[in-house]
Ligand binder design. Sequence first.
Ligand SMILES: Nc1ncnc2c1ncn2[C@@H]1O[C@H](COP(=O)(O)OP(=O)(O)O)[C@@H](O)[C@H]1O
Ligand SMILES: [Mg+2]
Length: 321
Amino acid sequence: MLNAARNLRKRGVLGVNERNAQMIMKYNPRHLYPRVDNKVLTKELALTAGMAVPELYGLIGHQSELRNLSKIIGERDSFVIKPAHGSGGDGIIVVTGRSARKRECFRLASGVLVMESELQYHTSNVVGGQYSLGGNPDTALVEYCVEFDPIFAEVSYQGVPDIRVIVYRGYPVMAMVRLPTRMSGGKANLHQGAVGAGIDLGTGRTLGGVLDNAVVDEHPDTGALIAGLQIPGWNFILESAARGLEVTGLGYLGVDIVIDRHHGPLILEMNARPGLNIQIANCMGLSGRIARVDKIQGDAAAPDARAKFARREFSATSSLS
Ligand SMILES: Nc1ncnc2c1ncn2[C@@H]1O[C@H](COP(=O)(O)OP(=O)(O)O)[C@@H](O)[C@H]1O
Ligand SMILES: [Mg+2]
């Protein structure tokens, strides 16, 4: 691991201080943060921009609205409950079905069965601010549960993988796919124990994986190889990510996209302080790519042109990558 870290430094790895000072302070004005820190607002903005998102079934913004949960769920078999101001996968419940014998019992991604009263209790904690920054009162979203594209079946365990694209001044500069594991409980957050796999921006094919900062070749639960997967609709994904600049106004952004088997790529969320271990998953630092974008100063270019630039300049085989 130490060797890996040393090698990465040589490869222009961006550190936290540098990221904060040079990207976040410079390109992410504070007043725009709510656009990405509040998942309800992000959804609205993305929809207004014509981007697809998981359908919102309903909101619970106050304890007195808890009784609406039953109505929002209705006869649905699957849905997700999450805090509007959550992060790192905390407070998210992924309901994938109901018990065949007892419809009032819901099955979670982990396979565990829970009663509706337990979902209510959880939602009450979300609204109470248990998962929001600073413990502030929050809103719970109930939304469509994404059914992942079959391409990921071999490399995910009980959950939906998401694709993270780092977008700098509107240009995609690095990407990875995060694959849920038994440990991550149906969520694709690295801190919950998901595997991250780098993606070749040029082709949309996965490179090697990383689990807890260590390099892995196989998915820990399924044993399937992580490298060499072709992400479907790659051009569209890069173009959607690039549009994150227009949607949020943020110059340094992590755009998270999931691929639904019925609806195709959907914007799941966006992040103004995306983590840096994407560099480990790609065995590549961000600094060189950031400098390359700064040099062309093409902020005026349209999203599709910016995505095209990224495919050309930052492919795994490109000398400048
Ligand atoms: N609508 C959904 N359908 C299926 N899985 C979801 C859904 N929303 C979230 N998840 C799972 O939970 C993870 C975290 O969700 P996300 O909305 O990105 O919140 P956070 O800000 O906590 O990361 C996702 O990466 C995904 O694996
Ligand atoms: Mg996320």
